[in-house]
Design a protein around this ligand. Structure first.
Ligand code: RIB
Length: 303
């Protein structure tokens, strides 16, 4: 009998403090916000919740601070396995997010407990998985380079959403990644190229063994898999808050792979899930369940 592939998501968990602003602050400017709300987020956490809401089994690993019980509660409700989430002294990670009137955001990150990953814990977590299992990573925790090394040695399939794309990635061996999920800005930072075609060509040249998903916001997304490219338009919706739209897409995309869906269907469902996410405020709060995504797709087809 074929063994079911397990997914480990080793990533960040953040409290998001979201401020409604008229426009994103300019350098030196002071502005009064219209509202402040606190949500659960973090790229790692959002992607685990999206995977779970898409119907996949996922194990979250990472570190929360003394104040981090809220994350564990939601994981319990959404059936995310948290046996590898550690609690440390001090605060959890948090962000300050400005959201403007068009739903666009700007995010300031404070690592907190996300920067407390320890090599012994990483070794223990990786040993709990088998060759052929998948590990999903982002770039909001320390020791990313070490996790990639250990997971690769264990024979795991490495999926990377290199976000935020910063100098931490320079010490990581990205040649060990099997699948990248990037947006256009990250694509530009990784390749030095502009435009979807140019970015994808360069990714193929730099990482010949890796597949790539390039998301293009309102312009859709492209999946470069082996020698082929499949493109998909995005759905047109009224954006309220774009936070976690990319994470929703990523979670649904990986879930689609695990559920052995056809690539075209994976792209369609992931785009629909991301579209629904931008119509609601917050990160985790905005991630739809598979049933809502299906209903949305039905409505779109009947239009
Ligand atoms: O991708 C959105 C996420 O980025 C937010 O939830 C915030 O925590 C930051 O990690």
């Amino acid at each position: 009998m074929k063994r079911e592939m397990k997914v480990l998501n080793f990533g960040s968990l953040n409290y998001d403090y979201v401020y409604a602003v008229d426009h994103i602050l300019l350098p030196g400017e002071t502005q009064s916000s219209r509202q402040r709300q606190k949500f659960l987020g973090g790229k790692g956490f959002n992607q685990s919740i999206a995977l779970a809401r898409a119907g996949a089994c996922v194990c979250q690993a990472g570190t929360v601070g003394e104040d981090g019980d809220d994350f564990l509660k939601i994981c319990g409700r959404d059936h995310v396995d948290i046996r590898h989430v550690r609690k440390t002294e001090g605060p959890s990670g948090h962000t300050v997010i400005q959201v403007d009137q068009d739903g666009q955001n700007s995010i300031l990150l404070y690592g907190g407990s996300n920067r407390e990953q320890k090599k012994e814990h990483i070794d223990e977590v990786i040993l709990d998985f088998s060759p052929g299992d998948m590990i999903l990573l982002q770039n909001e925790i320390n020791c990313l380079d070490y996790i990639i090394e250990r997971a690769y040695k264990r024979g795991m399939k490495i999926v990377l959403n290199p976000s935020p794309c910063d100098h931490n990635l320079e010490i990581c061996d990205l040649g060990k990644v099997s699948l990248f999920l990037i947006n256009e800005v990250e694509g530009e930072q990784l390749t030095g190229k502009r435009g979807p075609e140019e970015i994808l060509d360069k990714m193929k040249e730099k990482y010949p063994k890796a597949d790539v998903v390039l998301t293009l916001g309102e312009k859709g997304s492209v999946y470069q898999c082996g020698g082929s490219r499949i493109a998909r338009e995005s759905f047109s919706v009224k954006a309220v808050d774009t936070t976690a739209a990319g994470d929703t897409y990523t979670g649904y995309f990986i879930a689609g792979i695990l559920q052995e869906m056809l690539p075209e269907d994976i792209l369609e469902r992931s785009s629909a899930a991301a579209a629904l996410a931008v119509t609601k405020k917050g990160a985790v709060d905005s991630i739809p369940y598979a049933k809502d995504v299906l209903d949305f797709l039905e409505r779109e087809k009947n239009l």
